[in-house]
Design a protein around this ligand. Structure first.
Ligand code: ZN
Length: 684
């Protein structure tokens, strides 16, 4: 492990934070916390914490000794001084006299002793930091430390590798009991420079930020050197089918199996978003002949269970062309996972006091020999964090298995961690957004209505994919929205198929399609050339058919219904002079929407349209607007608001109409007009 300390960067941190009134102790504490947090082999997603013992002066000029310790909700890689709240040290130290302290009481005492009442809640490992007398204390779940200790002889191996300066503590649940055990161990070994927590992680201490950081890197490097004995080895691998299906082929099948009905009468499901990983390490792990043994032990460090559940589900290697067989075997594996999870809960809950609230039984990680792993979550962000942790797990287990045999904490300890009272207290506190877990594809995604619609769907919780012909524009639009942008020519079936493959590869499937790509060609119908008319049909009709057909096939595989939305335009029912080349394919698109409503209603798929009129394009320059109003002989403002309500219709209004149709689970084959009122365009 490289030591990234730099005197120059340390000085820069001191100078930068001095400008914010932060003293040197906290400035350097922030600096090395970021050094640790920026390295995923040391720290991942909340898996670690740091502290410094310093003092603050209160309003009366009194100096108070405090512990500045990592607060919950902050990422070590990007932490700032407010992420290291100050807690009065003396009352924390007095707690050592107690024999026991519940987690709730501990958190309450930590919060009531904060210097700033608005601070985040200090880490659950705060007392351990307080009880170690060193000024700087660093804690990580470094991969190498876990590979070394997650084995039956882990305690002995750690003692051998680290020597007497790093005592090893047997596994104890994080919280007051662990803090007391660490204090006791430290007092028996006053010269120690760190602590190994069996099957959990590693601590290092020092008089300065640099000393504690240097020691962390040294200790992790020692562990890496020991694990180097396994370098060059490969785990025995299974024989895979000669032709494998792809991850994007099986992902919609998986999403369907992972979905949980919330209200079948309403067609509502708890949907999963997937995140696929297939790094060389992940492949070696999932293709290992002993996968069923080493993957079914438990997490590499206890707090991973909150993200991954204790165990992943193992699915069969999918053979190309035999997706039905895969679907059957995957269903059996997932059903068994759910049943086993419920038994695990009952088994341990029977002994729990007080009794726990059961969590859902959907797996969070799926391992697929030949294809890699899938992180599973209610949102893309959750799925990505879970996939990161599953990748870390694969890496740690590989290194352990190459030099020994992986073993983790007992199932009872896994249950205590997963059903930890502080986690249980969070249940039911937040309600999911209405479109959470749904993956929405918006075509013409870089245009004014496309972008507004995507933003509105995202606000309701959907994951967004933009398709657009313009590669640069779609990239920029996707970036500004935090969406996936895919270049796609909707008139080309191969391009559409490739674009949907990118969607299933990224998120696992699709639930909402907004067919919005279109363009307005003009010409008197008796004089317009065939090429223009056909070009318009290709985009405005066949473009809609191509993307809808592809989306419906994914929806049918998922078997959880779906939402088809069409931007139809008032031209479909209220044609304007010389707009035949545009209005005719739009009228066909209206019929297309109705046909999908008829043919796929029984599958729970709704098909609806929006007829909008006079939406100002974001592409129009002021000069173009002026030229247009001159030609019309009416001001732009009067033209745009020339409707029954006298109100200009904006792209956001169209977007809201699409969202309301996406939420309406009992409306299909309908058209919603968004035109400020135009009786000639009313459907009859
Ligand atoms: Zn820890």
């Amino acid at each position: 492990m490289d030591n990234l300390w730099s005197d120059e960067a340390a000085r820069a941190a001191i100078a930068k934070y001095a400008g914010q009134g932060i003293d040197e102790d906290l400035a350097l504490r922030t600096y090395t916390t970021r050094l640790l947090g920026g390295e995923p082999r040391l720290v991942q997603h909340g898996g670690g914490n740091t502290s410094v013992k310093t003092n603050v002066t209160d309003r009366l000029g009194k100096t108070i000794d405090v512990l500045c310790v990592k607060g919950s909700g902050w990422d070590m890689g990007t932490i700032e001084p407010p992420g290291l709240p100050a807690v009065k040290l003396a009352p924390l130290l007095e707690l050592a006299a107690l024999d026991a302290l519940s987690d709730e009481d501990m958190v309450n005492l930590q919060r009531t002793n904060l210097i700033d009442a608005g601070s985040p809640t200090p880490s659950v490992e705060t007392l351990l930091h307080a009880f170690i007398p060193h000024k700087f204390v660093d804690h990580t779940h470094a991969n190498a430390s876990l590979s070394l200790c997650d084995r039956p002889d882990g305690m002995e191996l750690c003692k051998k590798v680290f020597g007497p300066k790093v005592p090893v503590i047997p596994f104890v649940m994080p919280g007051f009991a662990l803090a007391k055990k660490a204090k006791e161990t430290f007092e028996a070994n006053p010269d120690c420079i760190g602590l190994m927590l069996h099957k959990h992680g590693i601590f290092s201490f020092g008089a300065t930020a640099r000393e504690a950081y240097d020691r962390m890197i040294e200790l992790v490097s020692l562990a890496e050197r020991e694990l180097g004995k396994g370098a060059g080895k490969t785990l025995v691998q299974v024989k895979l089918p000669a032709q494998l299906a792809s991850a994007s082929d099986i992902a919609p099948i998986l999403r369907g199996l992972l979905a949980t009905p919330i209200d079948m009468a309403e067609g509502r499901y708890g949907r999963a978003v997937l995140d696929h990983r297939a790094t060389p390490k992940v492949m070696e792990y999932v293709n290992g002949a002993e996968l069923a043994r080493y993957s079914q032990q438990g997490p590499v460090t206890p707090d991973h269970v909150i993200r991954t559940k204790p165990l992943p589900v193992i699915l069969p290697a999918p053979e190309a062309g035999k997706l039905d067989d895969f679907a059957k075997a995957a269903r059996a594996a997932i059903d068994k996972f759910r049943a086993d999870y419920r038994t695990y809960f009952e088994r341990h809950n029977a002994k729990a006091n007080p009794r726990k609230k059961p969590l859902d039984d959907t797996p969070r990680v799926a391992l697929v020999p030949g294809l890699g792993l899938f992180g599973i979550g209610p949102t893309a962000k959750d799925a990505a964090v879970t996939a990161d942790i599953a990748e870390t797990c694969a890496s740690v287990v590989l290194d352990t298995e190459k030099t020994g045999r992986f073993e983790t904490i007992t199932e009872a300890d896994q249950f205590d961690m997963e059903y930890w009272s502080l986690e249980q207290a969070k249940l039911g506190k937040s309600s999911p957004k209405p479109l959470q877990g749904q993956i929405a594809v918006v075509t013409g995604g870089a245009g004014t209505i496309g972008k507004a619609t995507a933003a509105a769907l995202k606000r309701e919780g959907a994951e967004i994919v933009l398709f657009d012909l313009d590669a640069e524009a779609v990239k920029a639009a996707a970036k500004s929205l935090g969406a996936l942008g895919v270049q796609c020519d909707v008139t080309d079936r191969a391009s559409v198929d490739a674009a949907f493959k990118a969607v299933t590869a990224k998120f696992g499937g699709a639930d909402i399609l907004v067919s919005n790509a279109g363009a307005a060609w003009q010409g008197r119908i008796g004089e317009v050339d065939d090429a223009t008319l056909r070009k318009s049909f290709e985009l405005n009709f066949f473009g809609a058919q191509n993307v809808t057909r592809a989306a419906v096939n994914i929806m049918l595989t998922q078997a959880t219904g779906g939402t088809l939305l069409f931007n139809i335009s008032k031209q479909a029912v209220n044609p304007g002079p010389n707009f035949g080349p545009y209005g005719l394919p739009k009228a066909a698109a209206l019929a297309l929407m109705r046909q999908y409503a008829i043919d796929y209603g029984a599958d729970g798929i709704t098909a609806n349209g929006v007829n909008a009129d006079r939406i100002r394009s974001g592409l129009l320059t002021d000069a173009m607007v002026e030229a247009r109003s001159k030609a019309r002989g009416v001001s732009e403002r009067d033209y745009m608001s020339g409707n029954l309500l006298g109100r200009e219709v904006r792209a956001e209004d169209v977007a809201d109409a699409f969202v309301s149709l996406a939420l309406a689970r009992k409306t299909t084959g309908a058209v919603l007009t968004v035109d400020g009122g135009n009786i000639a365009a009313a459907l009859r």
